[in-house]
Design a protein around this ligand. Sequence first.
Ligand code: SF4
Ligand code: SF4
Length: 361
Amino acid sequence: MNEPQKSSPSVDEWYKKIDELVTRPIQLMEVCGTHTVAISRFGLRSRLPKQLKLLSGPGCPVCVTPTSVIDALIALCRLPNITIATFGDMLRVPGSVSSLQEERATGKQILVTYSPLEALDFAKAHPEHIVVFAGVGFETTLPVLAATIIRAREQQLANFFVVMSGRLAPPAMMTLLESNDVRIDGFICPGHVSSVIGSKPYEPIASKYRVPCVITGFEAKDILEGVYLLVEQIEQQRASVEIQYKRAVPEAGNPQALAAMERVFRVCDAAWRGIGLMPNSGMELNDEFSAFDALKRFGITLPEANAMPTGCQCGEVMRGIKTPPECPLFGNGCTPARPVGPCMVSTEGSCAAYYRYGSGE
Ligand code: SF4
Ligand code: SF4
């Protein structure tokens, strides 16, 4: 006779298991914006033990795109015949003088796309337009962007360019640990990013910094199991990389996606909005594909501007130093309808998630 299959613990059972395990104050950071939204939506913070704090991290691509990149896109859209193609969330992010949405209201060509391939198709169908794609995103979106650029070259399209603002999660996590601004006892690592890069890039975080990492999915049970695995390691004074989200994350990641990125991009130092320059945390076009660089092609230099709007504390929020309600503007001058900073603009931003679902504390 077959053994009856053991069912996995329910949400309530995970809460109980975590409760029994925690013996001291623990701070975990969820790196990814989608996790922040899920944690807020499921109200996880309010049901976890008081000693266990979940901090938001810098994992929303819209939030971390520096003002200088928005300013460069605005400078480009003001040139004749240029159409900026971008994800919708980028429209309302403030640059230093304007936003893409304000530019669109004055008649500039701004196209909202769901993928770079859609922007490429538009370029192909409209050879009279020059299309510049806003290449923001993490390891999740960069492989598709790389594949799009390869295709543009194969199709010999002369009217498709990119402004690169690619970002890498693990180097940013390491820089946060170097900064000593905030105590992070463990990382809830993003499932999407990890399905591309696998588990290896997190290993130095565990081995060098002695901070455990668990890659989790986005359901309540996934996140709670991930929290449990992290607390278990912390209580046992271990630090390793574990994959909770095995159904989507192979240890080696996605070799095809990694190969596409490696072919088109190279690692560079990159500025993150509200945080500053982080070594080896960005991706730019390599020499072989530099002809697709819109800034070079149209002679635009990235302005230095990285200032935050007055009073906005997105930098502290994204480094886990403050929670959104600790910003004096939260809900009090800064709301999703009238956002002051990018963390309230983006659907994956911490401030927007806290505003929509409450802090749950
Ligand atoms: S790009 Fe991926 S890892 Fe980054 S915030 Fe979005 S879902 Fe999370
Ligand atoms: S509440 Fe608004 S102003 Fe404050 S940190 Fe968040 S986005 Fe910035």
